[in-house]
Structures are given as structure tokens and as C-alpha cells.
Write a protein that binds this ligand. Structure first.
Ligand SMILES: Cc1cc2nc3c(=O)[nH]c(=O)nc-3n(C[C@H](O)[C@H](O)[C@H](O)COP(=O)(O)OP(=O)(O)OC[C@H]3O[C@@H](n4cnc5c(N)ncnc54)[C@H](O)[C@@H]3O)c2cc1C
Length: 412
């Protein structure tokens, strides 16, 4: 293989495909190199197969917020809506500003991006791993097992390390560090947490609404609200995934189950528990919490409140024990023992230092002609479409390379 193109894009994920489309629409000849047998394998798996591709509400990015803000100021909700509209994708906004394709199928997004690449004559070399980059006299040499490709601009959009089975295995970091760029330490984010087995014994499969606070040596590190899913290894669900970025073994989760149910405060819940106790005097203890939580969860809450439920009827539970139970419903403690690794994570926290790139074009401030887009940068957002939104925005801007377009807002 000895080819020339004006732009070579390394990585056929959302950032790479969006970049290919806008560059080709500007008249560039584009080659896209993808190590997997198909492009956008990860995009196809997003949002439980529904593809939550952006969010209309502003949010703070826990990693690389300055870069995310700068990129989204140039290619934000309006510009991305326009991009999808012009390329024929009907969008549908659901709760909390989450935007999906109207079909609620990620395959619609994947197919559409591939069709436009084909329409625009983008050459897609799948099953092609890029192993090295070299610049000579302003021309890039892209090294693959099949040979060398020559181009004027090289865009590295190879993703991070999350879910390597879907393509992104961290191999592209070395392409940029070899050019003098800085790699910040990487860790899995938006992943599940492993916990002590005892407090959650028998709860696997139960979903609850909760506010979860991450505590380290009694100090609050972070908090999140949403669905929590008990599993056989620990806990999952959106609110847990959002805390995973900061979590480490030795931390403790404080799970507030009662607040999101509108059960007021511990004293108010205590009054209610007293009433419930009188209703179920001679019955099994767990009936006190019937209608509040599932019986399996009720038993673990009794354990946490030091109530020996096996030996009592509801009427034998003391006022002091009911006070503890009310407290536990607002503060159910689960010690963290670890977190699921890159194989399960949705994104990588850390990556190539985004300050080394111009947010208007995504061009390197160190090496002219070199660009980076998407998750390879040290930008990671919360759940809700923010990671794809950054991937698409940075890809679109890298493809445009500062040229005028409805998908790029000119900032004065
Ligand atoms: C299960 C799951 C669900 C998710 N759901 C959502 C969601 O609903 N909303 C949201 O906003 N975000 C979601 N994310 C995160 C989102 O998918 C990523 O942030 C996004 O895909 C990053 O896009 P990217 O183009 O930068 O990288 P990637 O999508 O990782 O694409 C990079 C591509 O580069 C290729 N590549 C890597 N190295 C090389 C090489 N050396 N040579 C050639 N090719 C290479 C890879 O094979 C890959 O195809 C989810 C992630 C996962 C894993």
C-alpha cells in the first residue's frame, strides 16, 4: 500500500466518522483507517443499543471541562442538531435533555454515518491498524502492516481504553506521545463498583431509586442520584457509574433510599414506622417495610440497623431499633472493595492532554498538521449523551479545520 490523501483519520468511531464527513464535504480526499473489521463497533453498543448521542442541558465534564466547553461552544446543541438534520437523522429528545435517534436504534446512526462516508468517497480501510506516524517535509507517513500512507493532515481519533473488545485499546496514545504530546494517567470511568458481599447478600437484580454519596474517611467525595442496581459483585446503575470515576477500595457508599421516595426525614419516617409496627404486631418483622422496599432489601436494612429480625415479631421491635431503621433507610452503608476495569467501563478518564490542542480545529499546538479528536483526549463527561456529544463535536471541528460551515460557530 502506498497511497496519498489530503487527510488520514485514524479510528472509525464517532469522532473519526464525523471528521471524515465534514472533511470530505469540504473537498478533502479522505482515508479512514480502522483496526476492527467494521467501523463504529462501540457506537453501535451505546445507550443500551439506543445511542444517547447528545444532551440539550449544559453539564460539567469531570475531566477536561475547559476543552469540552470550548469545543461545545463552537459545535454545540444547535450545530449538532443541524449536522444530524442535514444528514437525514431524525432526533428524539427524552427526559433530562437526553437526545436519541427517533428510531431508538444505534444502528440508524452507525448506518447513516457509513452511508455518508461512502457517498462522499471516503476510503475506509477496515482491519487496518496504524502502528506509527512520521512527518517529513510537512507530509505525514502513516504506518500500517499493509504499508505506508502519505497525507497532509493526520487526525488521531483512536479512542481511549474502555471496552477494548469494541476496538479502542489505547494503542493510539503512543502515536501522539511519540510526537511530544503528554499522556495523563488513565483510569476506567462510568463503570460498576465492587462492594462487600454481606450488606447486599441476596439483593442481586433489585433496582431502586437512590441518592448515593461516596465517602472517604467520612468526608464526602461525590454524590449522585438515579437508579441503583444491586448485582452479584456489588452495585451498578447510572448514579453508581457516575461515582466510579473517583471511587477506590476503602471508600464507603452511603445510599439514601428514603429521600427519593419522598419519605421526608428520619424523624418523619420513624413516626411512620411506629404506625406500621402497630399494624403488624404479631407478624414477621419485614412486614414493617412492606410497600416501601422489597422484602429481600428490607432484611438487609434490618441487618444494617442491628435488628435480629429472625428472632422477633414486628411488635417486639423497640423504639430505639425503629429509630436506627429510619436512619438506615436514609444512610445504608456499603463498603467499596474495587471497581470494574476498562473491560466494563464506558469511558476513560485521563488521556492525551487536551490543553495541547486548539479547540477551534483540534490541531496540535506542538506539531502542525497533527490533530486529535474524541475520547483519546483527557475529556470525559457524565452519563446522558455527553461523551458522544464531545466525540462528534471534536470530530466535526477537526474535519472542518477552521473552514466556514453551519456546523461550526465562529467565535470572535
Ligand atoms: C457500552 C457503552 C455504552 C456507551 N453509551 C454511551 C451513550 O449512550 N452516550 C454517550 O455519550 N456515550 C456513551 N458511551 C461512550 C462513547 O461510546 C465514547 O465516548 C465514544 O464512542 C468515543 O468516541 P471516539 O470516536 O473518540 O472513540 P471510539 O468510539 O472508541 O472509536 C475509536 C476507534 O478507533 C479504532 N482504533 C483504535 N486504535 C486504532 C489503531 N491503532 N489503528 C486504527 N484504528 C484504531 C477503534 O477500533 C475504534 O473503532 C458508551 C460507551 C460504551 C462502551
Amino acid at each position: 500500500m502506498k497511497q496519498t490523501a489530503s487527510v488520514a483519520i485514524i479510528g472509525g468511531g464517532p469522532a473519526g466518522l464525523a471528521c471524515a464527513i465534514t472533511a470530505a464535504e469540504c473537498g478533502d480526499s479522505v482515508v479512514l483507517l480502522e483496526r476492527m473489521d467494521r467501523t463504529a463497533r462501540k457506537l453501535a453498543a451505546t445507550g443500551n443499543g439506543r445511542c444517547n448521542l447528545m444532551n440539550t442541558r449544559p453539564a460539567t465534564y469531570p475531566g477536561g471541562d475547559d476543552m469540552a466547553r470550548a469545543v461545545l461552544a463552537r459545535c454545540g446543541v444547535l450545530e449538532q442538531r443541524r449536522f444530524w438534520q442535514d444528514h437525514g437523522l431524525i432526533l428524539r429528545e427524552e427526559s433530562e435533555g437526553r437526545v436519541y435517534p427517533a428510531t431508538l436504534q444505534s444502528s440508524s446512526v452507525v448506518d447513516l454515518l457509513r452511508y455518508h462516508c461512502e457517498r462522499l468517497g471516503v476510503q475506509m480501510l477496515t482491519g487496518t491498524t496504524v502502528a506509527g506516524l512520521r512527518q517529513r517535509d510537512g507530509i505525514w507517513q502513516i504506518q500500517t502492516e499493509e504499508g505506508i500512507l502519505f497525507c497532509r493532515r493526520a487526525v488521531v481519533a483512536g479512542g481511549g481504553k474502555a471496552q477494548p473488545k469494541l476496538g479502542s485499546n489505547g494503542s493510539c496514545y503512543a502515536l501522539l506521545t511519540a510526537q511530544g504530546h503528554t499522556l495523563k494517567p488513565c483510569r476506567p470511568s462510568l463503570t460498576q463498583l465492587e462492594t462487600d458481599a454481606a450488606p447486599i447478600r441476596g439483593l442481586s437484580g433489585i433496582r431502586v431509586k437512590a441518592t448515593v454519596t461516596l465517602l472517604r474517611e467520612a468526608a464526602v467525595r461525590a454524590a449522585s442520584e438515579g437508579e441503583l442496581l444491586f448485582t452479584d459483585y456489588g452495585v451498578s446503575g447510572i448514579c453508581v457509574m457516575e461515582l466510579s470515576r473517583d471511587a477506590q477500595p476503602g471508600d464507603v457508599l452511603s445510599v439514601n433510599l428514603a429521600g427519593p421516595m419522598g419519605l421526608g426525614s428520619p424523624p418523619a419516617l420513624y413516626q411512620d414506622l411506629v404506625r406500621r409496627r402497630s399494624l403488624w404486631q404479631r407478624e414477621e418483622t419485614e412486614k414493617i417495610l412492606s410497600g416501601v422496599v422489597l422484602p429481600r432489601l428490607a432484611l438487609r436494612l434490618y441487618d444494617a440497623a442491628n435488628i435480629r429480625w429472625q428472632h422477633h415479631t414486628a411488635g417486639e421491635i423497640t423504639d430505639q431499633q425503629l429509630l436506627s431503621l429510619a436512619d438506615v433507610c436514609f444512610d445504608f452503608r456499603i463498603p467499596v472493595t474495587g471497581k470494574r476495569g476498562f473491560e466494563n467501563a464506558q469511558v476513560t478518564a485521563g488521556g492525551i492532554d487536551s490543553r495541547e490542542f486548539d479547540p477551534d480545529t483540534l490541531q496540535s499546538r506542538l506539531v502542525p498538521g497533527l490533530y486529535a479528536a474524541g475520547e483519546i483526549l483527557d475529556v470525559d463527561g457524565p452519563c446522558g449523551g455527553y461523551n458522544l456529544m464531545f466525540a462528534f463535536a471534536s470530530g466535526i471541528l477537526a474535519g472542518l479545520d477552521g473552514r466556514k460551515s453551519p456546523y461550526r460557530r465562529e467565535l470572535t
